[in-house]
Design a protein around this ligand. Structure first.
Ligand code: NDP
Length: 240
């Protein structure tokens, strides 16, 4: 029986590439999204992968959503916490709400989803969790105290949960992407993006599929000795 995977934010951008790569590799995949019904419907029609709508920042919604996926596909073997948002602003301009939304979605969502699958994974003695962090959680970024804090938190969360899962067959790893060509990066002003690309040794933005390759590597059944690690995929921009 093939393994069951949930990819949060799995209908667009990096998450879409991860969902497709897992599906192509034989996993039974459920992709989640927050509100963009049009893109989710197009994704589902194109890939045949079911798209489920719930907010990862909503704890109860995560428990209910995961229970529905498990009822449809079976217990969850693989969780990829990919859903994330930015809401940038310097400290002078950032409102409390912008802090809360980014931390609750990126970091709170990671807790909520891990909590929802954890007992399932413990009961079966197998689990693979990959949390999508960011180069900006490793190095910081001007105008992103909320996002950098949330992503940095993901890296700490990963190492802590990895210790709890290690003797139980559950691995917990992170990927720290650099700048990847998705809608999120398209929102960065052109002149800022040009400066960013100029600092990437490989000389270009990354592609979503290049992150998906890392996920496939980490979630493989053979990956039981890789846990608590962070895989940086950033074109050599920040070596950490
Ligand atoms: P996109 O903005 O292209 O896609 C984000 C996805 O997450 C969408 O499917 C979106 O759903 C979903 N999502 C957002 N908020 C929620 C929520 N509250 N609940 C459920 N789903 C949600 O992002 P990227 O593909 O660019 O980024 C994916 C991940 O990679 C994020 O965690 C991001 O922080 C991280 N990352 C991205 C980098 C980049 O350069 N692109 C660099 C480093 C890290 P909907 O379609 O409904 O809005």
């Amino acid at each position: 029986m093939s393994r069951v995977a949930i990819v949060t934010g799995g209908t667009r951008g990096i998450g879409e590439a991860i969902s497709i790569a897992l599906g192509d590799a034989g996993y039974r995949v459920a992709a989640t999204y927050a509100g963009n019904d049009e893109r989710a419907a197009a994704f589902q029609a194109r890939t045949g992968i079911a798209a489920h709508k719930w907010d990862v920042a909503d704890y109860e919604a995560c428990l209910e959503g995961v229970a529905k996926v498990a009822a449809a596909l079976g217990p969850v073997d693989v969780l990829v916490n990919n859903a994330g948002i930015t809401h940038d602003g310097t400290m002078r301009k950032m409102e409390r709400d912008g802090w809360d939304r980014v931390v609750d979605t990126n970091l709170g969502g990671c807790f909520n989803m891990c909590k929802a699958v954890w007992e399932m994974m413990l009961a079966r003695g197998f689990g693979r969790i990959v949390n999508i962090g960011s180069i900006n959680g490793q190095a910081g970024q001007y105008g992103q105290v909320n996002y950098a804090a949330a992503k940095s938190g993901i890296h700490g969360f990963t190492k802590a949960l990895a210790q709890e899962g290690a003797a139980k067959g559950i691995t917990v790893n992170a990927i720290a992407p650099g700048y990847i060509d998705t809608d999120m990066v398209a929102a960065v002003p052109k002149h800022v993006l040009e400066k960013i690309v100029a600092r990437i040794p490989v000389g270009r933005l990354g592609q979503a599929g290049e992150i998906a390759r890392g996920v496939l590597f980490l979630v493989a059944d053979e990956g039981g000795f890789i846990t608590g690690s962070t895989l940086s995929i950033n074109g050599g921009q920040h070596m950490y």
